[in-house]
Each structure stands twice: as structure tokens, then as C-alpha cells.
Design a protein around this ligand. Sequence first.
Ligand SMILES: C[S@@+](CC[C@H](N)C(=O)[O-])C[C@H]1O[C@@H](n2cnc3c(N)ncnc32)[C@H](O)[C@@H]1O
Length: 693
Amino acid sequence: MPLGERGGWDKSESRYCGVETDFDNDMPHLLSYNLSTGGFDFVVATLMDPAYRPSLVERDASGGSNVLPFAASDLVLSPSQWSSHVVGQISSWIDLDSEDETIRMDSEITLKQEIAWAMHLSLQACLLPSPKGTFCANYARCVNQILQGLNNMQLWLRIPLVKTDDDSMDSNQLVSLITSPDAQILPLKNVSYISSWILVFPPRSHHEYHIGLQLTYFIDSWELWNSFRLLCEHHGQLSIALNVLSSLPSANSLGRWFGEPVRAAIINTDSFLTNARGHPCLSRRHQKLITGFFNHSIQIVISGQSVHSLPGGSLDSAANHTVNNVDNAQRHPLRPYLDYVAYMYQRMDPLPEQERFELGYRDFLQSPLQPLMDNLEAQTYETFEKDAVKYIQYQRAISKALQDRIPDEEVTSLTTVLMVVGAGRGPLVRAALQAAEETGRKLKVYAVEKNPNAVVTLHSLVRIEGWENEVNIVSCDMRFWDAPEKADILVSELLGSFGDNELSPECLDGAQRFLKEDGISIPSSYTSFIQPVTASKLHNDVKSHKDLVHFETAYVVKVHSVARLAPSQPVFTFTHPNFSTEKSNQRYKKLRFELPSDTGSAIVHGFAGYFDATLYKDVHLGIEPSTATPNMFSWFAIYFPLRTPVCIQPGSPLEVHFWRCCGSTKVWYEWCVLSPSPSPIHNSNGRSYWVGL
Ligand SMILES: C[S@@+](CC[C@H](N)C(=O)[O-])C[C@H]1O[C@@H](n2cnc3c(N)ncnc32)[C@H](O)[C@@H]1O
């Protein structure tokens, strides 16, 4: 039963909540108990008897092995039950990097047998146990082999969500992670991202001897994931099941995971606190994290034994009150945890209308528009014109410019000549006329547009609105128009997601020929920005084209599952008008980004780009995250990929170089990373991606 309906529309995967179960030979019972009685949507079930070890299997007389100890046969559940309600749990004992060869070989055989069985059942995913020790090369090698021949199944690698704030770990912290209160911890070895410890239980009356076991604690478990996925070459079917523990790393460190392919978050029952009524609940930081998971389609899985006994009944998910209508004897012990997760899901604010509209665009790569070289289609104009906020900002800017240009005492005697260059189907013409009416200024408008199809609509608009006396339509490229008079105000919107990437500078250089020397350009300037991001989905989508061209192309994208690793920084600025004779639209910028010290290391798949434009004086419009114009949806971000993702550490900056290059027929960007290690220069000579003049 899904956790809820968020505003009646949300079809996100995170509506489904799973439960981790022990091995049970009776799969139909396991499923019906957890789904019908428990209310969960799926089980993460061990498929094979945990006692099985290939090396202990007796061979029969013919040399063939015995039947594999999987829970029953494939027929015990229907194909849709297997694929919709079961995630396969790979035996947790496997240790492919054990120093003991028998364990290593047994582990490899078992892993491959279990995955083969899960593929036979058409399961959607299998949960792989966390790597056990300091090294994971052999484990990654086997998984990588499996990935080469995998059907559609996803492999979720279980990763504990652990990062200490400093690199020194004391044994008290470690004790809090384990359940045995009387264990003693002795350090064993420390390497860069992992600490190993010996865990020793003291003798008890019923124990004849000490039990020694090696326990591994990650200083930063992200490093473990990173090694594993690098060894598996960022394979698109290798993803993460984050094991959420009772203590959480810093917010910056957690943020990294939202750019990684996290599919599930496993929350152990002992990570829950107890509220005043004895019910399970989560700390505020955990709640925030879980809400983040919901917003990123990450499914929750409840794991462990019930540690909250609730004699009175289960949680009423909406009000956190007790309800007694469930038969205690039948109640699933983990139901209160599910109820709490459902309560959190239902409590989330519904998505604003704009976000809802944009859901289908999340993390979807699009080619940027080329409004100069191509003619935009009616649908594209239609989308622009729905963005009321953009036109309100323009109208505010034009009003201020008109008031500055014409003093109150001259409003009846002076007429302002305003030219909308790149008028499209006319929304900026309308904004200009409304600004004139609002300020009581007299206006003469020229609407210059090079798209002959948009000009048809412009003529019809002028007729319908009765603007014939105020508006002159010019069907021409602004760069070549021979204007009959000069303008006081030049209004344009030729901005791309990266500001200058739709060639506003080149077009306005042409248009300023017919702007008076003291004339005003709206916008008066615009600046592009970039920031490094982890964006594993975008990286894999670019990679799927298997060519260089796609790695050297910029994309328009509604970035969602990305981790923004450092604040964005300005790249190129253009100011209008610019009557200097020395001017050039070529640009070069070197930038240094530093990760916050508590983030830990991170991987950079590329750069998210934005713009901010000053329309006039204090009226601005933009998408740079820290200053973005609220509720404006005309622009998504731009994404510049890196051919090879770069790992960065706090304290060692990422040095990036960006160029804007201009030729006689095209403009293009080149980019590279210089530090921590040099990347190739991307898009040399605009060989893969350019904007046509
Ligand atoms: C981003 S659209 C904006 C349209 C309209 N102003 C709006 O806000 O909906 C840019 C418009 O400028 C036009 N355009 C681009 N370059 C131009 C040029 N050099 N001369 C004239 N029009 C141009 C395009 O055809 C397109 O209609």
C-alpha cells in the first residue's frame, strides 16, 4: 500500500516502502505477511539459505552438485509478484576480498548463483552486501563481470551512511555503533578512509572462549562507494542502498549523495527515537534527510527488530494518535515504523504548480535553443509567454527607464522611441505599452523580428489590440536593419540559460547602431555563472551516446538529482550598450572552487551553469540559485559535462578554465579542469558544439 498520494498526482518511486526480511523458505507466506499484515509494498528478501557454502556441498555420484538451496521454486509467486514486490538480498556473509581463499571462492560462486536466480525471476533489483574490509577490488571485479551480462535488474550496493567529522575515531564512537555493550575495541589498522578494529567479547559463563572479530569502520563511506563505482566504470545499473544509522554526518557531506544514484535508504529500527507516547519517531535531522529522499525518488526500507513495544495499538499516521482497531496478535511488529514513514510522506507540502509542471523535465538533457540560426516554433513561444514573472520584471524595468528618461513635467510633449528587438509574438511590446500607460509616458514602438512566422502573429496582435498608431512592425534581422530613426530604449530578451549563449552580445552589437548615444539597453548587463556538480544520472545519459561529441556539448536541463558542491561563481559579463571601439565578445575566465571542509571528497561530473541579468538599475532577472527570480520558469540551468569525472578533496581546489570563442560563422565554448589533475580541453575549435551566427 503506497505511503500516500502527495497532492493526488505524485507517481514517484518513493511512495513505496519496503522491509528487510530474514530467510524464509515459505516465500508466499513471507510476502503476504509483510504486504497484507505489515502494509509494506515490497520485501528485501534473502533468496538463498544463509547456511549454504558451495565448498561444503557434497557432490552426487555423477559429479553434479545438489539442488541450490533457494527459497522454494519460481512458481510459488507469480511473475508480477516477483518483479513488483521482491528485491533479492544477496547473502550477507559473502566476502570476495577475504584473505581466506575458500571464503573468497565460495563468495564468488554464491554471488553469481544468486544473481542468476534473481535474473531468472525478473526481479527489479538485488541488494549487494557492503564490502567487508579495506579492499573491494575482487568484489568490484565480480560485480563488474555480472554487470556486463545483466538484464534490466539494478544492483543496489549497500553503503553505511558514515562520515566522521575529523579523521580521528575514538572507540567510544565505535561502541555506539554496535549492539554489544560489553565489547572491547582494539584498533587494528588505519588507512586513508577506513579504520579496522578488533572487537573482543569478554568470556561469559556460557562462553568457553573469546570471540574475536574484525570490525571495519569507515571514516567516509562515500570513498568506499567511489572506489567501487570507479572500478565498475560508473555502470548505470550499479546504484546505492544507503544504510542510515542513528548518527548522521554533516549536511554538506549528506548533500553529496543526492547527486549519486541512490535508489533506497535502509533505516534500522534502532535509528528511531521514542516520542512521549512511546511511538517511534526520527530526529529532526533524520526527518529532513528522509524528506530529501522522498523528493529524490529514493525508497525507504525498514530493517531490524522492533525496539518499540506498543501495547495500545499502532500509530495513526495523520495525527500520531493511538488507534486500537488492529488486532494486536496479528499486527506486524514493524508496522509502527512504516506508519511513521507514511506520516512523514503525507505531511510533506504538495509540490507547487510550477514544480509539478516541470516534473517530466527533471534531469532530462535537452539541446539548447538556437533562436538566431533557427526559427522558433509556436509551441516554444507559447511556453515563453506563460511566464508572467518574466514580463512583470521587464515591465518594471521599462517603467523605471521611462520615468528616468522623461521628467513628469514633459510627459505630454516628449515621445520615447522604444524598440523591441527580437519581439517574437509580442509579449514585450505589450509590456512596454503597459509600462507607458502605467507611467503616463508617450511611446512609439518598433517591433523588430527576424522570424517571418512570428511576424505574422505580431501583425495579427497589433490589429486585434488596435495598436496600429503606436507600433511599427519590422520583419528583419536586427543586425542588418536600416532604422529610420534612433531609439531611446532598446528592449531585448535574447538570453539563454548561460546568459550570452543565444548570442545576445552579437545581436545587440548590431542593434546598438540605432540606439541613441545616451540611450538605454534593457537588459543593461548579464553575467553567466557555473558551479561544480555531482550528477551521476546526467553523466550516464551523456555517456550512453558513446561518442565524444556528446561529452563536449552543453545541455539545457532541469537539474534535480545533483549535488551542488560549491557556491556558483561568475564567468562572463556583457554590458549594453558598449560603444567602445576595442570591444570583443571573446572571453576567458579561470575559476577556483573549494569544497566546504566538512563535505569530504566528492566527484565532479560537470558544471551547472546559470545567468543573472540586470534589466535596469535594481530590476534583475535570473536563475543563479542564490538570487534566482522566484516563480520564473522560462529557463532551466545549462550543464557542461566532463569527459572524465574528477575527484576532489576539501583543501585541494578545483581549478577550471572557460573560454568563449568567436569565429565568423559561430560562437562556442571550450572548457577544462587544470587541478587537481588536468582534463583534456573540451570542444576545441567548437568541433562538437557551437552556436550559429
Ligand atoms: C527568446 S525569444 C523572445 C521572444 C519574445 N521577446 C518573448 O519574450 O517572448 C527571442 C526572439 O528574438 C528573435 N531574434 C533572435 N535573433 C534576432 C535577430 N538577430 N534579429 C531579430 N530577431 C531576432 C527570435 O526569432 C525570437 O523570436
